[in-house]
Design a protein around this ligand. Structure first.
Ligand code: GAL
Length: 702
């Protein structure tokens, strides 16, 4: 420690004290996962071993307590078929442990080595245009290849046997950011077998897909195309489900090997990319097979405007919604295994986050339920495809400017970890995000103004601001814990789903349906009874017609007045006890005077259907009405504009994470005395500079 600057030496001492960090001996009980795990992707295979010690010393000084290793290291772990070289990994894990760090092992299956793709070219991915990928990048394998799965089992088996009882290994990340599906002949055959298993007969498939349309009738399974183009809506939806199942299978292939050999206290996870909202496959189902889910938060990635990905600054609203989405996949806390230390290298302009923003971004994630934060990456790689990417130390191994901020976060986390242990966000309100519906609308949006994710975010904003807690869940989950459930674009509604939603309402729940509800059935065919399909008898009304709007239309009623924009549906055939709460005003002759929103008391609850997208002000007002009717508690601490507050509850206490994303300093008044976890002492208000963070706790009132 004597060559370190004094502040680093101090931090190092603090971290040692906090973690009680002594490396565990092989064969002894696994080391506990830190309550707030904090680490980085580290690639020891890319550096001379003599440099590891200096890297790890710097990591420890920044308060890191975890490294993730191995996820691209196949050529270093198995340099030739069947020749395994795992000793270096063992030494890396032991060295990290000596510096107080636990290890997550990434299985290396995102990057099959060159000897493998040469020996077994059939494992290479084929793009939709038929081109086979070459070696030299990553993600060049076919998710449908049996041979590739066999090779994955072999390497993962070797790793599992070797490290499955290493007490310094706390988790396994399977592969890295599942992304591309493959159109090779084996995957096509797999698709046909999958369809056959699902439908049993071609007659059933032809009926469900309505293949008489344009002479699509199939007489042999092999005739069915595999495409993402403008194909039959039934085929397109089934293809997404097939891709989901294929990834699940790909992942299970490794989970099975791991569970056979590793200590069950070592968790399985995968990092589901910065594309939290991406729609290639159903991420919630992927998550359901794992112990804990992780995602990688990179600015804006996954939003429709791809030109903004990796550029600009954190949008706390969208970021918060992304965390809530990920938390909803398992309805429990999660890890963010990758976050940029300042900047990426793939944005249209890879600008840096402001000073303080990286720390605020990490804390913001923790507020929304992250129990672990990792950076990508520790040290700038000398070569390879991502040379410019943000890191904590430069190619020389010396800190870059953002290192000090990361070290401050390390100090914060060491202080706050014990207070946050056993807590999680708790919400009385759920928003529904449903992949089938999302895909169905995406295949044919009908209006490019209908940006379903923007619409979801508009609802999220209106619901979160007054409550500071919203869960984003799938419709298949247990909704009974929520007082209010809002489903903005629930396009696909099967009779089974309608029955479950009806039961939720009858038992006392308040359910709000948004535009485009129940237009389609499970096969992505139109529901004959029109919208909201099988929910029409429950609400006592149906959509007579839907319209994509070019011009706004006024609306007014007991909810207030404002404008319908982008989308408008009107209702008809109302049951006597179905109430009209909004009507369209003059302006569009199809709509004027017609019901825009209806509501009915059903059993002990209410069912509401809002058929239009509303302007922001009316949306806020209407949402307040819903929250009030459902009896949802409002937030404990009022947030000035730009200040984000999250509340985590558990272990007999409530913990508030406050981050100031406004342009200047802010003072936040508290409703009573709270413990200031980061600064110490009791406080009744906190003053935060721009990007300032406060963590406050108090015992939970009984
Ligand atoms: C992630 C990926 C990392 C690295 C990073 C760069 O999506 O998992 O391996 O490429 O992006 O931002």
């Amino acid at each position: 420690m004597k060559n370190l600057p004094p502040f680093l030496a101090l931090l190092l001492a603090l971290v040692f004290t906090q973690l009680g960090a002594q490396p565990a001996l092989p064969g002894s009980a696994p080391r506990p996962i830190p309550a707030l795990m904090y680490g980085s992707a580290w690639y020891p295979e890319q550096w001379p071993e003599a440099e590891w010690e200096a890297d790890l010393t710097r990591m420890q000084a920044a308060g890191l307590n975890m490294v993730r290793i191995g996820e691209f290291a196949w050529s270093s772990l198995e340099p030739a078929k069947g020749r395994y070289e795992l000793d270096w990994m063992e030494r890396a894990i032991a060295a990290a442990a000596r510096h107080g760090m636990v290890t997550i092992i990434g299985t290396p299956t995102d990057t099959p080595p060159a000897w493998m793709t040469t020996k077994y070219p059939e494992i290479l991915r084929v793009a939709e245009d038929g081109a086979q990928l070459q070696h030299g990048s990553r993600r060049h394998f076919s998710i449908g290849s049996e041979k590739y799965r066999e090779l994955c089992r072999e390497v993962v088996g070797q790793l599992a046997v070797r490290f499955g009882h290493n007490p310094n290994v706390v988790a396994w990340q399977i592969g890295n950011e599942f992304t591309e599906d493959s159109f090779d002949p084996e995957s096509r055959a797999r698709f046909h077998r999958w369809l056959e298993a699902k439908y049993g007969s071609l007659d059933a498939l032809n009926t469900n897909w309505g293949t008489a349309y344009w002479s699509q009738t199939y007489t042999d399974w092999s005739q069915i195309p595999m495409t993402t183009g403008r194909a039959n809506p039934g085929l397109l939806l089934e293809y997404k489900r097939f891709v989901t199942d294929t990834w699940r299978d790909f992942q299970r292939n490794q989970i099975e090997v791991l569970r056979r050999h590793v200590d069950p206290r070592q968790l399985t996870t995968t990092n589901l990319g910065g594309l939290g909202w991406a729609t290639r496959f159903n991420r919630q189902l992927i998550a359901s097979d794992l112990d804990i889910i992780s995602w990688d938060e990179y600015l804006g990635s996954g939003w429709f405007d791809k030109t903004k990905n990796g550029t600009g600054h954190l949008d706390p609203l969208r970021s918060g919604a992304s965390h809530d989405l990920v938390r909803g996949w398992k309805q429990k806390n999660f890890w963010v295994l990758e976050m940029p230390p300042g900047f990426v290298d793939w944005g249209s302009v890879s600008n840096s986050l402001d000073r303080g923003e990286t720390r605020a971004m990490a804390w913001h994630a923790v507020g929304h339920g992250a129990d672990g934060i990792g950076f990508w990456q520790w040290r700038s790689a000398l070569n390879g495809q991502e040379q410019y990417h943000g890191s904590l130390v430069g190619p020389d191994g010396e800190p870059v400017p953002v290192y000090a901020e990361a070290a401050q976060t390390g100090v914060d986390f060491a202080k706050a970890g014990p207070v946050l242990a056993g807590t999680q966000p708790v919400s009385e309100v759920a928003l529904i995000h449903d992949y089938d519906s999302r895909w169905a609308i995406e295949f044919n949006p009908f209006s490019n103004r209908y940006d379903q994710m923007q619409i979801l975010i508009d609802y999220y904003r209106a619901l979160r601001e007054p409550t500071q807690a919203v869960d984003i869940v799938t419709p298949a989950m247990d909704l009974s814990r929520y007082k209010l459930v809002v489903a903005p674009s629930l396009n696909v509604v099967s009779p089974e789903l309608a029955a479950r939603l009806g039961d939720y309402v009858r038992a006392g729940g308040h359910l709000v349906l948004g535009p485009r509800t129940g237009m389609k059935n499970d096969a992505n065919a139109l529901n004959r009874e029109r919208q909201p399909g099988p929910l029409a008898p429950v609400i006592g009304g149906r959509v007579e017609q839907f319209y994509a709007l070019l011009e706004d239309v006024p609306v007014a009623g007991s909810w207030g007045s404002g404008k319908a924009t982008i989308w408008a549906e009107f209702f008809n055939r109302l049951a006597p006890d179905t109430e009209v709460v909004l009507r369209y005003g003059a302006g569009n002759d199809w709509l004027s005077g017609k019901p825009a929103a209806i509501r009915r008391t059903v059993g002990k609850g209410t069912l509401t259907y809002l058929g239009a997208v509303l302007d922001g002000a009316l949306m806020t007002h209407v949402t307040e009405t819903w929250l009030k009717e459902a009896g949802v508690a409002s937030s404990v601490i009022s947030a000035p504009t730009g200040v984000k507050i999250s509340r985590r509850v558990g272990a007999g206490r409530e913990v508030f994470v406050i981050t100031n994303f406004s342009k200047g300093p802010q003072e936040i008044a508290l409703p009573g005395a709270m413990t200031d976890v980061l600064e110490g002492g009791e406080v009744r208000s906190v003053k935060l500079p721009r990007y300032g963070v406060a963590v406050l706790s108090r015992p939970l009132a009984r």
